[in-house]
Design a protein around this ligand. Structure first.
Ligand SMILES: [Zn+2]
Length: 340
């Protein structure tokens, strides 16, 4: 395991106990339960009067119990997150890989439950947008995703990343992982590219699933929090199209973006917060402070979605995608990272 992955894995274990359970074989997960409360009475002397007062304390001991919770994903020894397809007859798990192949793993950290699945867009030789400064969208997406993960885990929300380093992950594999994990929220983190014109307001776009009112509400909350945060920064913004929370459709009337289409049944949104092709926006994104503010905005929106009935803002009529797609996200030319 590379050092960076080890650090990440350890961080996840420490902070994400609700989502990850560490074990080495596919035997049923052992969990702590059935707390046994014992009471002890201690006599203490208070002050000079030497009168005695009883102080009652409680200590709890625990017994182990077995719960029937099979892993839905594994964090491989090298830190790659993969969905569990089935238990392997020879031991271990048969998993899906980032390039949508299958592999057998007999070690790694099983994941049994995740509330928020965070999807850093692109990776490997699919960099996404690239700023004139050289800042790559794939690197930025991962950094913001990791900051969002820390924000949510600190607040007791279990999370998992679809990509943990700089490697390709096919759209099909992201969808497979989401369908196995069945999170409460799936959020795909991107930064926009393409031609823009200067605007007073941030050109933020948040895409939702056309057929899901929950996805639409989440997108409205993400848009609201992002625009509040971005508007507080001193930046000359630009937009490629009217900003807002919107469904982008293909010619068949389905969600154009694969990560929203392949996560059918899961509340999913795709965030395009800043335009990397606007040099002024790319410049502020060099700052860890600005990336942290973006991640906090995403996290606050997710918490509001889970804890309130807030409606969100910025809703636009659905659009149909025009022009050629990026042609990326497929399995052609995809090379799987080392899982061990
Ligand atoms: Zn992107």
């Amino acid at each position: 395991m590379r050092r960076r992955d080890l650090i990440l894995a350890v961080a996840v274990i420490v902070s994400g106990c609700s989502g990850l359970m560490s074990r080495e074989s596919p035997a049923p997960v052992t969990n702590v339960g059935n707390a046994v409360l014992t009471t002890t009475t201690i006599s203490v002397n208070i002050g000079e009067s030497s009168s005695s007062t009883s102080l009652t304390t409680s200590t709890s001991t625990t017994t182990s119990t077995t719960i029937a919770s099979e892993p839905v994903a594994i964090v491989s020894p090298s830190g790659v997150v993969v969905p569990v397809l089935t238990a392997s007859p020879s031991g271990g798990w048969i998993v899906g890989t980032p390039c949508a192949n299958t592999a057998t793993l007999d070690s790694g950290m099983p994941v049994t439950h995740v509330q928020v699945l965070i999807d850093p867009g692109h990776g490997g030789d699919e960099t996404g947008a690239v700023a004139s400064s050289g800042l790559r969208e794939s690197d930025l997406n991962l950094d913001v995703a990791e900051r969002l993960q820390r924000f949510l885990e600190y607040r007791g929300v279990s999370t998992l990343l679809t990509r943990t380093d700089d490697y390709r992950v096919a759209i099909a594999a992201r969808g497979e992982l989401a369908q196995r994990v069945e999170p409460d929220v799936f959020i795909s983190i991107h930064h926009n590219g393409g031609p823009t014109t200067p605007t007073r307001e941030p050109g933020t776009l948040v895409f939702h699933q056309v057929a899901s009112s929950d996805s639409r509400r989440l997108a409205g909350l993400v848009y609201e929090e992002l625009v509040t945060t971005l508007s507080s920064l001193d930046v000359s913004y630009a937009a490629g199209s009217p900003p807002g929370a919107v469904a982008m459709l293909n010619d068949s009337g389905l969600d154009y973006y694969g990560v929203l289409r392949r996560t059918d049944g899961i509340t999913s949104v795709l965030s395009e917060s800043f335009f990397l092709t606007n040099p002024a926006e790319a410049a502020v994104l060099e700052s860890g402070y600005v990336r942290e503010q973006e991640a906090i905005a995403l996290g606050k929106a997710i918490l509001r979605f889970m804890e309130t009935e807030d409606a969100g803002t910025g809703f636009l009529d659905s659009r149909t995608f025009e022009g050629p797609g990026s042609g990326t996200g497929g399995i052609a030319g995809c090379s799987d990272p080392d899982l061990l």
